[in-house]
Write a protein that binds this ligand. Structure first.
Ligand code: MG
Length: 265
């Protein structure tokens, strides 16, 4: 298995890959170029003895969130919506592994949501479901951090979710992108999120209402999917609050694990 990362050292951001516990630097200027090359590793150079800092594997042109895609979660949040809701998270919400989720002054209830991140590898509009995985480059972990109090307020008034989902640092992404060939069935991956070592969300992507190919097809019916876009495919039940000082560990089978911290603004 090879996974793809972005990391920072010597004042610059670099793209690399990890294989059998070795880390390599790649010549691609950013992850988009790496995806466009088909994850070409032919010019990889091993890096050793360098203290680098892992960053979000990519800066997506857009992040598309899907709400109400796990039946148990729809129950816990009392949703009676008959079809998934689509929303956007801005690039300013992106942080990487080991970075802090900032709990904003304007909210008293910020909650965690672990989600499978679908990374788009080919531009597409009105993609048919059977061929939708052709448009996928790979998978990552994304946390769809949500200011739940602001979301309840928005839901009551029929307002959009841009604010409650789109605050700074509300989209931790990482630790890597795993190309789709190493994830033959994205619709059957165990996932778990812990807060301070305690399991809060534990499920499997097979509980999704819309499966990954249907999700890609569904969203592409509304907007063009571009290379490097990330789809946050919905969260299972068990969502709950995070507070100052909390340590959040998320893990998805075949992808990896990522740690983040919560701190007050
Ligand atoms: Mg969500």
């Amino acid at each position: 298995m090879i996974s793809f990362i972005s990391f920072f050292y010597e004042g610059g951001l670099h793209v690399g890959c990890v294989s059998e516990n070795k880390t390599y630097e790649l010549p691609h200027k950013d992850m988009r170029e790496c995806i466009e090359s088909g994850f070409d590793c032919s010019e990889k150079k091993e890096i050793r003895g360098i203290d680098y800092k892992l960053k979000a594997p990519l800066m997506p042109p857009k992040i598309i969130g899907l709400g109400w895609n796990y039946a148990e979660h729809n129950k816990e949040l009392k949703s009676s919506d008959s079809k998934p809701i689509v929303f956007l998270k801005p690039p300013t919400s992106v942080i990487g592994p080991n970075e802090a989720i900032i709990l904003p002054r304007i909210s008293n209830q910020v909650e965690h949501e672990i989600e499978l991140g679908i990374v788009i590898g080919k531009k597409g509009k009105h993609v048919d479901s059977p061929e939708a995985l052709e448009y996928v480059a790979g998978y990552t972990i994304i946390l769809d951090i949500t200011a739940r109090d602001l979301q309840w307020e928005a839901r009551k008034k029929g307002d959009p979710w841009d604010i409650c989902k789109g605050l700074d640092s509300f989209a931790p992404i990482g630790p890597c992108i795993v190309p789709k060939e190493y994830v033959p069935d994205p619709g059957n991956l165990a996932m778990e999120l812990k807060v301070n070592g305690q399991t809060k969300q534990k499920s499997n992507t097979k509980e999704m209402i819309k499966k990954p190919p249907e999700i890609v097809s569904y969203i592409s019916g509304y907007m063009t999917l571009d290379i490097g876009d990330v789809i946050a495919s919905g969260t299972p039940s068990g969502v709950g609050p995070i507070k100052d000082g909390d340590v959040i560990d998320s893990e998805i089978e075949k992808i990896g694990s990522m740690r983040n911290y919560a701190i007050n603004e």
